[in-house]
Design a protein around this ligand. Structure first.
Ligand SMILES: [Zn+2]
Ligand SMILES: [Zn+2]
Length: 478
């Protein structure tokens, strides 16, 4: 994260250390994706598309890799094992099936994938067939019952490449690697997508990219939410039209919490916002005919505030931040190549699982008995499609008090001029609508989290605020 953000938080709060709390806490992790129900013939798999390992120069309080500059450049830096184990713990606890890491190139370019994949004894490194490691199947989660996959990738100011099979160039010379990774044009996008890397290209931080820039790069996906942007005072002010420090007030209470009365995993409820600048750009791009997938980014670094809060864990821990927003990817079986293809093909459901994990969500359009789902294209002809959005329930393990949440389902059409039209909405029941004209359809689910009231202590009034819970990718009707 941005150094000004880090400095701001650190300079105010470093004197405080509070351990122990009385408030009921939400579970520390997320349920298995296999417990979220099916999606037509698909199953959900939980995916992170933006997360920094200790190999990012600014991760782990800028101490992810230590050593002299010469040692680091020689691939001989020493990894911060406590930060690396926090990273692995987050993946285990939150049952993240596929973690596509996105390291800044500054250290990344000097290391082999076997190291970038945070390999530890017992893990299984899967070879790409190119003499490089493609992914790491981690062991040790849930006593071995859950074996998440970790795959290497990178982030520049311009783009992200995830799920790489190999470095963009086999030439290890710093200047050669740097110029390959730091390209800013569609040619770099093609390089990432092509052999030997065969990565998926995502435009990060779309709040500060123009629609024209995104269109010219032609990525596979863009970020429709980014936790770092949501919080960073500079980005908020510059690109989101929001008060730079307006989110600080709520968080201060969670950080200081003199009565140890708050559940820090719910601190996000004081600031989470999915800004319309993202959906507006995405609608313009979709409306103009580019089927670019929308994803959510947690962009975790463990570099904002090392101070421990009421649950004894640092406020910005990998575990805490990586459970706020998930990408639930619809696949027919759990396979990294299928996941990458599904991301390219719009089969992604953005779910803010911090509010609770959604079970049995559905969004379909049926024409003559054939159901189409996210990423599918159905042909209407003279027929009418019956569109259904099924309200999800909360997973039994999600935090739940005495009152049920209110769940509002919204069906939207993205128009060719880049505007959006709300076609239908319903509360706490299945939405059914008829559509008889060519449309790009998407679903949103909002939640008023009354179910979290008991967990919010003195901030119970936040439970009365409606929030975004789920954003679908489109179903296309011709
Ligand atoms: Zn960021
Ligand atoms: Zn990042």
């Amino acid at each position: 994260m941005n150094s000004s953000l880090k400095f701001f938080y650190s300079s105010i709060f470093t004197a405080f250390l509070i351990i122990g709390c009385s408030r009921p806490q939400p579970p520390r992790g997320l349920p298995l994706s296999s417990e979220l129900g099916s999606y037509g013939s698909f199953r959900w798999t939980r995916v992170i598309t933006h997360m920094h390992t200790p190999y990012s120069y600014d991760a782990c309080d800028s101490a992810g890799i230590t050593g002299s500059s010469a040692e680091i450049k020689a691939g001989a830096g020493v990894i911060n094992t406590s930060c690396s184990s926090n990273f692995r713990e987050a993946i285990c606890k939150n049952r993240i099936d596929y973690t596509f890491t996105t390291d800044h190139v500054d250290n990344f370019i000097f290391y082999d994938f076997s190291r970038l994949l945070l390999y530890q004894a017992g893990d299984v490194l899967i070879n790409s067939g190119l003499g490089t490691s493609y992914y790491n199947r981690m062991v040790g989660c849930d006593g071995g019952a859950f074996a998440p996959v970790l795959s290497a990738g990178f982030e520049t100011l311009s783009m992200i490449g995830i799920g790489l099979k190999a470095h963009l160039t086999s030439d290890p010379t710093e200047s050669v690697r740097r110029s390959a990774y730091e390209g800013t044009t569609a040619a770099t996008r093609v390089l990432i997508q092509s052999a030997p890397s065969e990565g998926v290209v995502i435009i990060p931080h779309t709040e500060d990219k123009s629609v024209a820039t995104i269109q010219s790069l032609g990525p596979d996906a863009i970020e429709l939410y980014n936790l770092h942007a949501n919080l960073d005072p500079k980005i908020r002010k510059r690109s989101l039209g929001a008060g730079g420090y307006s989110v600080i007030g709520g968080m201060i209470n969670y950080i200081l919490d003199p009565f140890s009365d708050l559940a820090p995993d719910l601190a996000f409820i004081t600031f989470l916002e999915q800004f319309s600048v993202y959906t507006s750009k995405w609608a313009q791009i979709q409306g103009a005919g580019q089927k670019i997938t929308a994803v959510a980014a947690v962009d975790s670094h463990e570099n904002v505030l090392a101070m421990k809060v009421a649950d004894g864990e640092r406020f910005d821990s990998y575990r805490r931040t990586s459970k706020i927003a998930s990408n639930l990817v619809a696949v027919t079986s759990s396979d990294i190549d299928l996941v990458k293809t599904a991301i390219k093909n719009n089969r992604v459901l953005i779910a803010f699982e911090g509010f609770g994990s959604p079970v049995n969500f559905d969004f379909s359009a049926t024409i003559s008995g054939t159901a189409y789902r996210m990423g599918d294209t159905g042909t209407l002809g003279a027929q009418t499609a019956t569109v259904r959005i099924v309200a999800p329930t909360l997973h039994p393990s999600s935090a739940q008090g005495r009152t049920a949440p209110v769940i509002r389902l919204i069906l939207k059409r993205i128009n060719t001029d880049g505007s959006e039209t709300k076609l239908s909405e319903t509360t706490n029941s299945t939405l059914t609508a008829s559509v008889s004209t060519a449309s790009i359809l998407r679903a949103e689910v909002k939640i008023t989290p009354y179910h979290l009231r008991e967990y919010l202590g003195g901030f119970a009034s936040y439970a009365n605020n409606e929030n975004i819970w789920i954003i679908s990718n489109p179903i296309y009707l011709n």
